[in-house]
Design a protein around this ligand. Structure first.
Ligand code: ZN
Length: 435
């Protein structure tokens, strides 16, 4: 911990508010860490430059242990599916103890890199151990304890996973630890809400794994439960990550996955469609019309060779998007945003592909939009420095060799394109310094 004492206000030389940069501001918040007012700073400036903390909308904590171990050639045509086989063997070994240690480790890394909220897409239920009916709850408890010990804001998304593929294909042996019957899953959600003493930093949402892993009836039951018990609660789902998934969905339903989802379920702005890599123009229009957010995971999608989400077009149409670290090969929000931008530059042979005016740098624009998408996808008042939002911030240094003599906007762009966590002085969650 630093010697930065908890306080009910933080003053900053510069702060990025929703309408741009403001100089000499004091951000005041209550005992719950909710911003109450933003006023001119009167006293000493305690931090150089304050930006909203980033929201990680898609993480599988346990996969951090695969980083560095899955980058070796195994066969011609190595792809997502061969990586998945390696991932399954790690997932099957997870216990509440290893789940907890994996969570502590990676949530700490998230904070140090500038993520202040994480949405954990949790499917290592340990359900293969049928001798202990409490294991799925213990696996959730392990993650909740880990996030609480680290002090990161946490949306737990227990995953419903039931089949190996479209058309009710039975789950394979190495998927068994993920599989929960629908009543058990919904009971787990009820138990988490009612019995687990969630802290003010913790919340629970729904995560049907994917259309290939959850059939129509189970998805319907999940959404019925949500409507009856927690309407508006976040729903996150993997969709259209792989070309093979599109083909299998077409064979089973006659429709593409996003097309089927939009036509069959009531998708709205509390949904987060993870990846949505392979979408048609009409699917893109449908997502934008629904108000849902696309959860992009650029470093994982690149690592796994997934494909290219049509980001330039989608962002140009003001579609909502957010970033996630997914497999946690990278734990840096800066690397996600940077890769998004650079991929588009390479494809289009242009710079500042998403820039619509010169008032702010392209890095600032991307950062703000990722925060806005994260706010929607998490269902939490985060990602903005404004009254009624959580006091979750990242303080950047203006005295680092990279940032001396730069304007506030240039400092943030330096953080995104050149620096990363070296430029982070402090991270605050609910107004409390965490580093
Ligand atoms: Zn994922």
């Amino acid at each position: 911990m630093s010697d930065f004492a908890p306080s009910q206000q933080i003053s900053a030389d510069w702060a990025l508010l929703p309408d741009g940069w403001h100089q000499h501001v004091s951000i005041q918040f209550d005992h719950d860490g909710v911003i109450t007012a933003i006023a001119p700073a009167k006293d000493v400036n305690r931090v150089d430059l304050l930006i909203p903390g980033m929201i990680n909308v898609h993480s599988h904590a346990f996969q951090r242990s695969l980083a560095g171990r899955t980058h070796r050639f195994s066969k011609p045509g190595d792809d997502f599916w061969s990586w998945r086989t390696l991932m399954y063997s790690t997932a099957a070994e997870m216990t509440p103890v290893t789940q907890h240690s994996a969570g502590v480790r990676v949530f700490n890394e998230f904070l140090r890199n500038g993520y202040t909220t994480v949405c954990e897409f949790h499917y290592t239920h340990g359900a293969i151990d049928r001798s202990n009916a409490e294991i799925p709850a213990l696996m959730c408890d392990a993650l909740l304890r880990a996030s609480g010990e680290v002090g990161i804001r946490f949306l737990l998304l227990p995953v419903l996973y039931q089949q190996a593929g479209f058309g009710n294909q039975p789950s394979s042996q190495d998927q068994r630890s993920f599989v929960l019957d629908t009543p058990v899953y919904l009971g787990l959600i009820d138990h988490l809400r009612a019995e687990m003493n969630l802290s003010r930093l913790q919340s629970v949402g729904y995560a049907p794994h994917s259309l290939r892993a959850v059939g129509y009836d189970a998805l319907r039951d999940l959404l019925d439960h949500r409507r009856e018990t927690a309407p508006g609660s976040p729903v996150h789902i993997h969709v259209s990550e792989q070309a093979r998934e599109i083909n299998e969905c077409m064979l089973a339903t006659g429709k593409r996955p996003v097309e089927w989802l939009l036509e069959s379920m009531e998708v709205d702005q509390s949904w987060c469609l993870i990846h949505a890599t392979h979408i048609s123009d009409s699917e893109m229009s449908g997502i934008i019309q629904s108000g849902a957010t696309v959860g992009l995971c650029p470093t994982t999608e690149a690592d796994l060779g997934d494909g290219h989400f049509p980001f330039e077009k989608y962002a140009g149409l003001s579609g909502s998007w957010a970033i996630g670290s997914d497999s946690n090969t990278s734990v840096s929000p800066v690397e996600e945003v940077r890769l998004l931008d650079y991929t588009s530059r390479l494809l289009h042979r242009r710079r500042n592909v998403f820039q619509f005016d010169a008032s702010l740098g392209s890095g600032t624009r991307l950062y703000q939009r990722a925060c806005e998408g994260g706010r929607l996808a998490s269902g939490l008042p985060v990602g903005r420095i404004e009254p009624q939002s959580h006091a979750d911030f990242v303080a950047l240094s203006t005295s680092h060799a990279l940032t001396e003599d730069l304007s506030a906007d240039e400092v943030l762009n330096s953080y995104i394109y050149a620096g990363g966590k070296d430029l982070i002085d402090q991270v605050f969650v609910a107004g409390i310094p965490q580093l």
